[in-house]
Design a protein around this ligand. Structure first.
Ligand code: ARG
Length: 606
């Protein structure tokens, strides 16, 4: 516990501190255990400390005063330092210690957040700098729904880490290098002799261009030969080839940027081509360490427990996905690509700006690739062997997006779904819905447009993020745009309604929060207040386990808690009006922060 910084909003952490003190006082000579504190939803309490049973089994048989686990629980309660956060404690069953928090303490903390800002509820993580490698489409190939998932999940993880004061490098590891460029370049030369003037409208559809060049490659041996030579020329740095390559990348990039613009994604491109010149040095270093072996003409690294080795140099002498990823990983943890020179050692020591956590967001199909890259990096001593200390690497895998037929999501003509089309459709459907509600009459065009985008794109993002990322999910516009149930639309409307309650009261919240106090006397006020206060620990959990769905679940429950409160507690016109308005405001603020962390734009009226 010692090196963990404290976050004012983190209830669990604060309770853990109290229990830690009690455990040390109760068992000064050991066993030395970490406090196990968890939120619970029982009628006995808000949190539980679950150490008694474990301790009892450790001291059992030693001649102590404790004859059953419950008496260990009693002693833990007795030695708990006095604290204003706790209302009461009780021991239940085989020794669970239940904690009821003080409602005044909850209220005070929420009010404090209203005054000092929700940033004071940001979790404190041990990491200071992280890389989130996400989206990462391939040049000239389709950016498919898998890339959409990576983009949405990666952006949300980056947002949560940024909120937690981690410096995040948002990395677009685009597939912009490799043998496919030979055929693309040759085909470009063939189709457009003045290729430098070619723009995206001339090529039209880069995917179709890719397909056509592939067809040419497969059917014409002479073309194939030229394409293979083109790869060599490109890798040799011949200007004409390099220019053609850059042109193709540029056209592709414009396509990707359309998606990023719609979804408001910030990301920095550092593609495969960046690492290419450094690969030989890295392979050299790994070879000197004795890690690289010959196998069937290729150069490979064997990984314990895996029967196929990681190929780092193909039998034709070329590099591959793995050699690039190893080099990129080296670069991230050393912040310097040149290796095995005294200078690099010097820079390595000097430079404190290294990434401590490198996170890769791809479909689960790439899990084995990353496991092997990570194992190789551990064998090389780049990463700690047990994965418990920094630098740390994590593969964030996700499942498939399915169509209504339960198969991979495709268009009717079984083409890959174009992301831009999909986003356009979400937007136009949300527009139709809002026009049906007469909003085009009620709002300005700008307001309508903004809401249409917030709702449409928000729906797509939320439908993805709310599932545990490892599971497959079915893409369904009707479902995600439904205003009932666990959808972005429902949540955005709920938030807008809270804002309208506040507006209609005609009270100045900025003034109220400093002059009036928040009280949580009604059971539903207290339940809502407690849920609000758990925001920080939920974000922390979502960050540490890299699971945005944890935050979605929290947000949905928040909305449910609010509905219960609002149907049972009159706000405007009641004796408790000011306090309840403050509770409304706190709910709206936490909801907005959740939206922000999920990459969803809030709406204020509906
Ligand atoms: N371009 C790859 C793909 O489309 C994803 C790259 C992920 N990042 C990485 N460092 N390998 O599957």
């Amino acid at each position: 516990m010692e090196n963990e910084q404290e976050c004012v909003g983190n209830v669990k952490q604060q309770l853990a501190k109290l229990f830690d003190a009690s455990l040390k006082a109760t068992f000064p000579t050991g066993p030395d255990v970490e406090p196990l504190v968890a939120a619970c939803t029982s009628k006995f309490g808000d949190y539980q400390c679950n150490n008694a049973m474990g301790i009892f089994s450790k001291i059992r048989g030693q001649n102590t005063e404790y004859k059953k686990p419950a008496s260990v629980g009693e002693a833990i309660v007795k030695n708990l330092p006095p604290s204003e956060m706790i209302e009461s404690c009780s021991v239940a069953g085989p020794g669970f210690v239940n904690v009821v928090l003080s409602k005044n303490w909850i209220a005070k903390n929420i009010q404090k957040m209203l005054i000092d800002g929700i940033e004071t509820w940001a979790p404190q993580l041990q990491v200071k700098k992280a890389v989130v490698d996400f989206s990462s489409p391939n040049i000239a190939k389709e950016m498919h729904v898998g890339h959409l998932r990576s983009t949405i999940i990666g952006d949300s993880l980056a947002r949560m880490l940024e909120f937690s004061n981690v410096e995040v490098l948002r990395r677009n590891h685009v597939g912009d290098w490799g043998t496919q460029f030979g055929m693309l370049i040759e085909y470009l030369f063939e189709m457009f002799p003045n290729f430098e003037d070619v723009n995206e409208t001339a090529i039209g559809d880069l995917q179709a261009f890719y397909k056509a060049s592939k067809q040419r490659f497969d059917s014409d041996p002479a073309f194939k030969e030229r394409a293979q030579k083109a790869v060599v020329s490109l890798q040799g740095g011949e200007p004409k080839y390099h220019k053609a390559w850059a042109r193709i990348c540029e056209i592709s990039r414009k396509e990707f940027d359309k998606v990023y613009k719609c979804l408001k994604i910030q990301i920095e491109e550092k593609g495969e081509s960046f690492y290419n010149p450094y690969i030989p040095g890295i392979i050299e270093t790994l070879s000197e360490q004795g890690l690289v072996e010959e196998s069937q003409g290729a150069r490979v690294i064997f990984i314990e427990g895996v029967n196929i080795p990681l190929i780092v140099v193909k039998s034709d002498g070329g590099y591959n996905y793995a050699s690039t990823d190893l080099t990129a990983l080296w670069e991230d943890i050393h912040n310097d690509c040149s290796v095995a020179t005294d200078l690099s050692v010097f820079l390595y020591r000097l430079n404190e700006e290294k990434a401590e956590w490198i996170i890769y967001v791809t479909d689960v199909g790439q899990q084995q690739h990353f496991d092997m890259v990570f194992s190789a990096a551990k064998r090389a001593g780049w990463l700690p062997a047990d994965g418990s200390t920094y630098p740390k690497v994590s593969h964030v895998g996700f499942g498939l997006v399915l169509g209504e037929d339960g198969k991979r999501f495709r268009t009717r003509s079984s083409e890959v779904v174009r992301l831009v089309d999909l986003l356009d459709e979400a937007k136009s459907r949300s527009k139709t819905e809002l026009i049906k509600r007469g909003k085009d009459e009620e709002w300005t065009e700008d307001e309508l447009e903004q809401t249409v985008e917030a709702v449409g794109y928000g729906a797509v993002k939320y439908a993805d993020l709310k599932n545990n990322r490892l599971t497959n999910y079915t893409f369904n516009f009707d479902q995600m745009l439904n205003d009932k149930g666990n959808t972005a639309v429902y949540l955005l409307y709920a938030h807008a309604r809270i804002c309208s309650i506040i507006r209609k009261s005609k009270k100045d919240i900025e003034e109220l929060k400093n002059t009036d106090s928040l009280v949580l006397d009604h059971a539903d006020e207290r339940a809502l207040g407690l849920h609000l206060l758990q925001f920080s620990e939920v974000v922390e959990e979502a960050c540490s386990n890299l699971l945005p769905n944890v935050l979605c679940e929290y947000l949905y429950n928040l909305s449910e808690n609010f509905t219960r409160f609002y149907s049972n507690c009159q706000v405007v016109g009641s004796a408790e009006e000011t306090s309840r308005l403050l509770l409304c405001e706190a709910t709206a603020r936490v909801m907005r922060k959740c939206f922000h962390l999920l990459g969803i734009e809030p709406v204020y009226k509906i």
